[in-house]
Ligand binder design. Sequence first.
Ligand code: ATP
Ligand code: MG
Length: 253
Amino acid sequence: MSSQKVITFANQKGGVGKSTISALVAQFLSRRNVKTLLISVDSQSNSPSWLGIKNNQGKEFADLVIQDLEIEDVVHPVNEYLDVIPNSIRGNTAELILAGMSNRELLLKRKLKKTDYEIVILDVAPSIALGTANAILASTHIFLVSLLEEASLRGLATISSKINELKENELPVADITGIILNRTNISLRSGHGKMCMQMVERNYNGLVLDNYLLQNIDLTNACARGEFLEDYNPQSKAIDNATSLTNEILERL
Ligand SMILES: Nc1ncnc2c1ncn2[C@@H]1O[C@H](COP(=O)(O)OP(=O)(O)OP(=O)(O)O)[C@@H](O)[C@H]1O
Ligand SMILES: [Mg+2]
């Protein structure tokens, strides 16, 4: 379906909030009755488990490659509007098998074309390997996620180079739609954090979203319990923050 939006949240650096933002956006979209699919292209499978889908039973991401199954064969419903595809250590085997296949970078794009989800969210590993390349090439929109610290900014630069490399190989790749900063309420207390903010604004002029994801313990706890944020704590300040961030992401699509 041509109007389908496919979003990857990426950074080569781990622990920056890719899975947290993927899970938040997916749950908020489903509560607005937007037909959404979240795929963990990461063998850690964090975002599916945070949405209540553990990866220890049933079909999963690896089976798209190993058994050449279609998306509809491996989805797990979270609610009426949200499906997820979990992952596991088998995802690493699948990536090795995929490496030996022709047209290996475009497998996910081909499989997604046959679906009619309005929005697909791809939660990738902290890596620029084949799984991430598949996600980037399947995406209509790429958001980079970062903390205000030197190592995360280097991860942004690595992903940006990977995107350019794919373009140079004449593969169809979207431009970066936006940069999402996480935990700014903590990092902007330090001089290093402020310096990183200047660097990211200079290097990614106009791309940094106005809304940041703020550090909030409710996010960690809701994820750990596999509950939607609004169900875990209906009074949480993180709800307004995540709503504004989700709205701005949607405005950019
Ligand atoms: N704004 C936040 N407030 C509170 N906790 C957060 C926030 N952002 C992320 N976390 C927590 O930090 C940890 C790392 O976040 P997350 O797993 O989303 O990062 P990631 O980029 O997906 O990591 P990886 O690259 O390993 O997949 C998680 O335990 C998550 O719950
Ligand atoms: Mg993650």
